[in-house]
Design a protein around this ligand. Structure first.
Ligand code: CA2
Length: 145
């Protein structure tokens, strides 16, 4: 199984500010959690972070023929990006959306997720453990197909 994990804008700042929202773990702790989960599950993983919408669209398009599944935290693009939604639809890979915070309990503008409309599952409010849960879900999901 080949997995792509995508993180959107400012997630590279994790641990630097707003620990009450996003926890104390920094971005390298997130990467370590993803890599260790994938090693234990025998999953080949690439981790990609970008602050640029088009770069995220490019990464999803490239994954279409190279990967079996996607974990994506589109960050602020969650609430704006029809381009990322369209790219996920075009890639037609099983994707799980992860949010570190519980976006349903935050400002109204965070309640809508465009990319989530193309995802088989959304995990929110679980901190960085949501990434581990998303990876385990996708492994099971692919086994069921
Ligand atoms: O809860 C999540 O994972 C979010 O995707 C995080 C985004 C936010 O815009 C979404 O509504 C929910 C923000 C990521 C930025 O993270 C920072 C972390 C530390 C310092 C500054 C930003």
């Amino acid at each position: 199984m080949k997995l792509l994990v995508i993180n959107g804008p400012n997630l590279n700042m994790l641990g630097i500010r707003e620990p009450e929202l996003y926890g104390k773990a920094d971005y390298s702790a997130l990467e370590t959690l993803v890599r260790e989960t994938c090693r234990a599950e025998n999953i080949d993983v690439d981790i990609f972070q970008s602050n640029h919408e088009g770069a995220i669209v490019d990464a999803i398009q490239a994954a279409r023929t190279r990967c079996d599944a996607i974990v994506i935290n589109p960050a602020a693009y969650t609430h704006t990006s029809i381009a990322i939604l369209d790219a996920l639809k075009a890639a037609a890979l099983p994707a799980v959306e992860v949010h570190i915070s519980d976006i349903s309990q935050r400002e109204a503008f965070r309640h809508i997720s465009y990319p989530g409309l193309a995802c088989v599952k959304t995990i929110m409010g679980q901190g960085i453990d949501g990434y581990r849960q998303a990876i385990l879900f996708l492994k099971e999901h692919l086994n069921r197909l």
